[in-house]
Design a protein around this ligand. Structure first.
Ligand code: ATP
Ligand code: MG
Length: 566
């Protein structure tokens, strides 16, 4: 696991699980564990969010508690109902069900407004009429204290009246803001009279035209947690510096419960990006086919690529979580899906670069139906039927006119076994005008079904094949990593400069064994000797099969990295 550190201890527990267990043991925490997953509906969820979902839902599950889904929809500009629906789908797809209805920070706008009035009346918040530029200038820097606003000490009644006017739409955007009165010289910038409400004359997808002032993230988040009875508000490390403000607000407001914030490290994967803003650029600028392009690290992209919810949850469990950010090798995620599909994906044969083989001693009108296991060690997957005919397809790279001993496939004059079928001997080739081999003529030995040839010499190689007359033509999309470097956008370079030009190769002339052409969309299969594939969720049809490559059977990138000394 390269430079990523597993956040698990010896028992496989992470620090949050341990912390909560200790709180319960010591009596510091009583009652239920309540968590929430709080996405901002400004894009699709990505693999990084999977960690947050797994943690929030997983912790609640582990301690017999509850987890809510709450949209952090305080910013009316960036919300889009398309994102809301996609986020709900993704959470459910991962296998989690939230407690009660979907919640929104906007459900609490009335209550939050009352809390704001409470702070004003208590002399703990004021309406600032500095321009946003002035306010920024007076905020100071990490080394210089800020300067008090000239409006800081105005009477509470004056702030209240102005705040009510803000709400009534009587002031323009930027003309005033409500700020907490904390400490303009605090070392923590978040405590320098943070903004609690801004004027924003934009409709909101939940509350319509009701509001023209909106609470800040900081003002909405902790109070929403408290209203919902959240006990453990877990978030990523960048919010660590916000915790004192989180606590200050909880302490000074008449909230119904006292949640605590805990931070954990973000999940980053190499060879990809986990920033909604950058992912949106990939979509908007047409570098991918959409948010669910199978190369995208979005949950819907990964799903369409053929990943399973179980593999993603196992990956999260395996990597664990720590109180520091880390970069996890993309190979780990691939390992997780190989593990799952090796066990759970039925087997199939598909030829993706076809070369015709004519079995000259096999009658032209004969169809022999062979049986093959659905899975080598899963009896519950039954048997599949493979029609063998005189003409079959094999992979072009599985034939050579001559080769050394390392090449264990079909060679002129030599034997090879057709997977799940007979032993063939290559006798001759047919060439086109340019001298390319377009057909291989072979003979088969009818006594070799499940048996070695009579001479006792077992062929070294086994190759896959599909009947040319009975197989079905399919499109296969060979996906690879979207970025060619470990850290896209490293240094000063634009991350788009690091796109992998070979991340997609579409093969239209592929042949799959007939029964699997009728696979349901999202059926995952192992194409024997090639890798794991999935029938495309949207484009696959029995009369026009489309399969996406999830991962090859082995990690080819590890080899490339070893060679380059990366
Ligand atoms: P992005 O930077 O991609 O826009 P975000 O943090 O703004 O992500 P939110 O919708 O606010 O996205 O995230 C919802 C929850 O998921 C938050 O609690 C956030 O901390 C968490 N989260 C987001 N990205 C990651 C990540 N890479 N790893 C772990 N948790 C994450
Ligand atoms: Mg966010």
């Amino acid at each position: 696991m390269s430079d990523s550190v597993s956040g698990n201890d010896k028992a496989g527990n992470n620090f949050l699980r341990n912390l909560i267990a200790e709180q319960i043991a010591s009596g510091e925490h009583t009652g239920e564990v309540v968590t929430r997953f709080p996405p901002e509906p400004n894009g699709y969820l990505h693999i990084g969010h999977a960690r947050s979902i797994w943690l929030n839902f997983g912790l609640a599950e582990h301690f017999g508690g509850r987890c809510r889904l709450r949209f952090d929809d305080t910013n009316p500009d960036r919300e889009n109902p398309e994102y809301v629906a996609a986020i709900e789908d993704d959470v459910r797809w991962l296998g989690y069900e939230w407690d009660g209805p979907v919640r929104h920070a906007s459900d609490y706008f009335d209550q939050l407004y009352d809390y704001a009035l409470h702070l004003i009346d208590a002399g703990l918040a004021y309406v600032d009429e500095q321009s946003p530029e002035q306010a920024r200038e007076n905020r100071g820097t990490l080394t210089e204290p800020g300067v008090d606003s000239p409006y800081r000490d105005r009477p509470a009644a004056e702030s209240r009246a102005l705040f009510e006017r803000m709400r009534a739409g009587e002031l323009d955007e930027g003309a005033a803001a409500l700020r907490a009165k904390i400490d303009m010289s605090a070392g923590n910038m978040n405590l320098r009279d943070p903004v609690l409400y801004r004027i924003r004359k934009a409709p909101h997808h939940q509350t319509g035209d009701k509001w023209c002032i909106y609470p800040s993230y900081d003002f909405a988040h902790g109070q929403s947690d408290a209203i919902e009875g959240v006990t453990h508000s877990i978030c990523t490390l960048e919010f660590e510096d916000h915790r004192p403000l989180y606590d200050w607000l909880i302490e000074h407001l008449p909230v119904p419960s006292r949640p605590c914030q805990y931070e954990f490290g973000r999940l980053n994967l190499n060879y990809t990006i986990t920033s909604k803003r950058k992912l949106k650029r990939l979509v908007d600028e047409g570098h991918v086919s959409g948010w669910d392009d199978p190369r995208m690290p979005t949950l819907c992209g990964i799903r369409r690529r053929g990943y399973t919810p179980a593999a993603i949850r196992n990956f999260c469990e395996m990597v664990g979580v720590a109180r520091s950010d880390g970069v996890v090798d993309a190979g780990m995620l691939e390992h997780a899906i190989r593990d799952d599909l090796n066990e759970n994906a039925p087997r199939a044969m598909c030829v993706i670069d076809p070369l015709k083989v004519v079995i000259t001693n096999f009658p032209a009108d004969r169809v022999e139906t062979l049986a093959a296991p659905g899975h080598p060690n899963r009896d519950d997957m039954g048997e599949r039927r493979l029609p063998l005919t005189r003409e079959i397809w094999i992979e072009r790279e599985d034939f050579r006119e001559s080769a050394n001993k390392k090449y264990k496939r079909l060679v002129l004059g030599k034997k090879v076994r057709l997977r799940n079928a007979y032993v063939l001997t290559a006798e001759d080739v047919v060439r086109d005008a340019d001298g390319n081999v377009v057909e291989v003529h072979c003979t088969y030995d009818p006594d070799t079904l499940g048996e070695n040839p009579a001479d006792g010499v077992k062929p070294k190689g086994v190759i896959h094949w599909v009947s040319a007359s009975h197989g079905k033509r399919a499109t296969v999309r060979l996906y690879d990593r979207l970025f060619a470097v470990e850290t896209p956008g490293r240094g000063d370079e634009d991350f788009l400069a690091h796109l992998n030009p070979d991340s997609l190769e579409v093969r239209e002339d592929c042949w799959i064994e007939p029964d699997w052409a009728a696979a349901e969309p999202e059926q995952r299969l192992q194409f024997e000797r090639l890798g794991y594939f999935v029938a495309d969720r949207h484009d696959h049809r029995p009369d026009r099969p489309v399969f996406n490559r999830t991962v090859p059977l082995r990690d080819t990138w590890a080899k490339i990295e070893a060679r380059e000394g990366a």
